[in-house]
Design a protein around this ligand. Structure first.
Ligand code: SF4
Ligand code: SF4
Length: 97
């Protein structure tokens, strides 16, 4: 099965798609200003009860359509966000090793 921007299921035996997506790396630095939330044109970031949550499928869709996106990380003036590699594996999105 070929995994592309519109199909996220299947296994990873034929095609593995990797993409960059944000991770809140410096949690104490985040003061919940939500600049990253507003910077994302895919509406992929929300704040849960206490932490930043990323819809990786939405983020991946943008990556596959438009290439690398750094909007959320660039919006964080505290440098609390890092972009890291994720991949589709066994129908799930997981961080790359
Ligand atoms: S990398 Fe781009 S698409 Fe992904 S969450 Fe950040 S701003 Fe949104
Ligand atoms: S822009 Fe940075 S400081 Fe503001 S909510 Fe996002 S991660 Fe936190």
């Amino acid at each position: 099965m070929i995994v592309d921007s519109t199909s996220y299921g299947g296994d990873d035996t034929e095609t593995v798609k990797k993409f960059l997506s944000p991770v809140l790396k410096i949690i104490p630095a985040c003061h919940k200003c939500r600049a990253c939330v507003h910077a994302c044109r895919e509406y992929a970031i929300v704040f849960g009860l206490s932490d930043l949550e990323v819809d990786r499928k939405k983020c991946a869709t943008r990556y596959f359509k438009n290439g690398e996106c750094i909007d959320c990380a660039a919006a964080c003036h505290l440098g609390a966000i890092a972009l890291e590699w994720f991949e589709f594996k066994n129908g799930k999105i997981i961080p790359c090793d």
